[in-house]
Design a protein around this ligand. Structure first.
Ligand SMILES: Cc1ncc(COP(=O)(O)O)c(C=O)c1O
Length: 425
């Protein structure tokens, strides 16, 4: 390929040429060659209201003419202050907010915060973390350490932090065995905590939906039990809401739906409505206070050049305003997904149909694993028909922008049913 651009998550040796995108509006991408694609995955799960949403675009343009960037140590600005206060209104149990600029850094900050929290309190022995099997928390070394061991992490195995794993009790529509899977997972966690509770700094979870693992879903009840166990053993809970935040699971935040109150919570992706790289790590007053000290060693020495970028904060405020004004679209999507999945319930090649808010997924029988050859061929066929879907192996999922119309969703599901039938025959 002639392009000097090295694409993410792509084997460049035999990669098809990337599609050149000219513009985008609502849920539709317009390609340079005139074709249109329906973006059914919110461009890696970031676009909330739709592409080039006018109020967000205007807020960025307006902010760019007043203050585009300023060093965040010793300075602040209205958008950063307003955004932190608005988020605190939604998440009062994590009132302190630390800005960064992508999901991986939001998680990296959370890890460092949790680790140093214990050190600052004189508990030096808490060096290990807990995570759920199959998790994905990002690509920086710390975030990768907490992500399930896989093809992605294999080359770096020797560099990763010490982590103990808890099974993820995934469930789907019509599943009758969720409870026994949950009980086994909780028993495993309880065993780890009983044996070495004082060695753990924190446990991290993607609440309700594990995104990159293949949109695997668990029940709120499981998370409540898990949070209770951690609290009993004094281990911090980090909720990674990088993907699940801002209505994705049908509530503003997955933690509200699951009724859990983590000590630390990570946001990115939809935070800016999908316009600009912005992230935030929110923490409880107790965690924050452990860093307020006369001892310079207790300071949180972490920051990024673009910490609290004013354009990103202005975009996030405009996006939040839209969500607060119209929560209906993300509620409607779940109902529509359920109706469409209902029609596919007896499809002979599909199984494990599931939905959580705006997120839906289904699996092609017998096509397990990220590298399953069916994934690329499904993707190519969806593209030919005008749909941007990016199956994870044999898992086909939908994470549409909230502006998607009923008729557009119907068309996607019809396409999925036809393509799966054609691929399997
Ligand atoms: C739950 C979760 N955490 C963290 C990340 C990493 O975010 P980013 O790609 O912005 O670094 C992702 C990305 O998909 C994610 O789904």
């Amino acid at each position: 390929m002639n392009s000097p651009v090295w694409m993410p998550y792509t084997q460049m040796k035999d990669a098809p040429s990337p599609l050149m995108v000219r513009s985008a509006h609502g849920a539709v991408l317009e390609l340079e060659d005139g074709r249109q694609l329906l973006d059914c995955i919110s461009s890696w799960w970031v676009t909330l209201h739709g592409h080039t949403q006018p109020q967000i675009a205007a807020a960025i343009a307006d902010q760019a003419q007043r203050l585009e960037q300023v060093i965040a140590a010793g300075f602040t600005h209205q958008p950063a202050e307003d955004l932190a206060r608005r988020l605190r209104g939604h998440l009062p149990f994590v009132p302190r907010l630390f800005y960064s600029d992508n999901g991986s850094t939001a998680v990296e900050v959370a890890l460092k915060m949790a680790y140093q929290y214990w050190r600052n309190r004189g508990a030096q022995g808490r060096r290990r973390f807990l995570s759920l099997e199959g998790a994905y928390h990002g690509d920086t070394l710390g975030a990768m350490s907490l992500s399930g061991r896989s093809l992605f992490t294999a080359p770096f195995a020797e560099l990763l932090l010490p982590v103990d794993w808890v099974p993820f009790p995934q469930t789907w529509i019509g599943d009758g065995e969720a409870e026994s899977r949950e009980a086994a997972a909780l028993e495993h966690l309880d065993g780890l905590l009983r044996r070495g509770g004082e060695e753990y700094a924190a446990m991290i979870v993607e609440p309700l939906v594990q995104g990159a693992a293949g949109m695997r879903m668990c029940r709120p009840h499981f998370l409540r039990q898990l949070a209770g166990l951690l609290r009993r053993h004094g281990v911090l809970l980090i909720a990674d809401e990088v993907f699940t935040g801002f209505g994705r699971t049908g509530e503003f935040f997955a933690c509200q739906k699951a009724e859990i109150q983590p000590d630390i919570l990570c946001l990115a992706k939809g935070l800016s409505g999908g316009f600009l790289p912005l992230a935030a790590t929110l923490c409880s007053e107790e965690v924050y206070q452990a860093f307020c000290s006369e001892d310079p060693h207790h300071t949180f020495y972490h920051g990024h050049s673009y910490t609290a970028n004013p354009l990103g904060c202005a975009a996030a405020l405009a996006s939040l305003e839209l969500l607060e004004q119209q929560p209906a679209p993300f509620a409607a999507l779940e109902r529509w997904h359920r109706e469409e999945l209902g029609r596919l319930a007896d499809h002979p090649q599909l199984c494990r149909l599931r939905v959580c808010g705006t997120i839906a997924a289904l699996e092609v029988k017998g096509a397990e694993g990220y590298l399953h050859e069916l994934g690329p061929s499904l993707k190519a066929r969806f593209l030919e028909r005008g749909f941007l879907l990016r199956p994870l192996g044999g898992v086909i999922y939908l994470v549409p922008p909230y502006c998607l119309e009923r008729g557009q969703l119907e068309a996607v599901y019809r396409c999925i049913a036809e393509v799966v039938a054609a691929c399997s025959s």
